[in-house]
Design a protein around this ligand. Structure first.
Ligand code: SF4
Length: 362
């Protein structure tokens, strides 16, 4: 089965594979960057980020030497910012512990910050031609259908079985192409819900296809719906500057945000709350609109207010910044609309706010 399976899949891949800048290369650093960016993110979105990132940080050394703020700024809008911070830390680790060269074995790769089982498998197979699997969500779906795994894939023992089954399918030759073909098959043919089995190169070898239950697989762990959190987002202006801080919380760590008070309040209460939270004397608030942002586990429902403060010195942990300074900082997409309002107010234009819900991840 494995050889026939990989022959069929690789023939299909050779005919259908998209030409992408991270394909057909044997550069472990480039694979590391592309695979990190591609986690939870669409190929179309990644393309421009990948080019820009590598032109600024062409080597592990260049990335390791860069300030984290700059790395986050280049990641701005891509979401899941912890990936960028981990990649940066990982690059420093590769310089310090591995002489600037990524190691070749999966087990050693997994010791590097930000490299888990999947990314290690992708790097080892694509860059170093090792016969190991790279099991992401797409591959879990394909393998559970092809091998007829009808148990909850969130259960650790089932995950281990999936990993073993996936490993058994990887051929000795072209393991990297094979893994990318599996991901492509899962992304374009063996899709969630109703797969396009009629156009599938491995249909003859697929257990779920013959059993007629592909649509029911994989059995996924139940997810909790995202939690709604209400915020009053306060744009506090001191002259031509606005108050911001760099987040230290795990979520959106390292990104710059405006003051946010949890819950929605009567606008008249806001100056008092600002005084209590930040020790600043704020004017009567002016409502500036609403914004909603969807993360995987939270939905932020923000009411935005403009206020002026008397003080010229920012409270500890905060900074007053001009619009130009704000534009040089890395901001999460969640505060994009508020940032556009700041730009409009301080620069008098260029305020292209996003009103619709956006999905982004911390
Ligand atoms: S036959 Fe259908 S279910 Fe099976 S791998 Fe192909 S697309 Fe997926």
């Amino acid at each position: 089965m494995p050889d026939i399976f990989s022959d069929l899949l690789l023939s299909w891949y050779d005919a259908h594979a998209r030409a992408l800048p991270w394909r057909g290369i044997h550069n472990a650093y480039h694979t590391w960057v592309s695979e990190t960016m591609l986690q939870q993110t669409r190929v179309e979105t990644v393309l421009s980020y990948y080019e820009r990132f590598l032109s600024r940080f062409p080597t592990v050394e260049a990335l390791a030497d860069a300030p984290e703020d700059e790395v986050l700024k280049l990641w701005e809008g891509l979401g899941y910012y912890r990936r960028a911070a981990n990649l940066h830390r990982g690059a420093q680790q590769v310089m310090a512990e591995y002489g600037g060269e990524l190691p070749q074995s999966v087990d050693t790769l997994k010791k590097i910050s930000g490299i888990g089982e999947y990314t290690a498998g992708a790097i080892a197979s694509i860059a170093f031609d090792q016969q190991v699997p790279a099991v992401d969500g797409n591959v879990i779906r394909v393998v559970s259908r092809v091998r007829g795994i009808r148990e909850n894939v969130g259960v650790p023992s089932v995950r281990r079985r999936l990993q073993r089954e996936a490993a058994a399918l990887v051929p000795k030759t072209r393991p990297g192409d094979f893994n990318q073909a599996m991901m492509d098959l899962g992304a374009t043919v063996c899709v969630p819900g109703t797969p396009s089995c009629e156009g599938c190169p491995v249909a003859a070898l697929c257990d779920a296809y013959h059993a007629g239950d592909a649509e029911d697989l994989p059995e996924l762990p139940r997810k909790n719906p995202p939690r709604n959190i209400d915020y009053d987002l306060c744009l506090l202006f001191s002259g031509n500057r606005v108050l911001m801080r760099q987040r230290t919380e795990r979520m959106l760590q390292g990104l710059w945000v405006f003051p946010m008070l949890e819950e929605h309040h009567a606008p008249g209460r806001l100056p008092g709350l600002v005084r209590r939270a930040l020790g600043l004397t704020a004017s009567v608030p002016e409502a500036a609109g609403e914004s909603r942002h969807v993360f995987t586990h939270q939905v932020w429902r923000m009411r935005i207010y403009l206020m002026h403060v008397k003080e010229e010195t920012a409270p500890e942990g905060w900074r007053f910044v001009t619009a130009e300074e704000m534009d040089a900082l890395a901001l999460p997409t969640a505060v994009e609309k508020a940032a556009a309002i700041v730009r409009e107010k301080l620069k008098g234009g260029n305020a292209h706010a996003q009103n619709g819900p956006r999905t982004e991840n911390p």
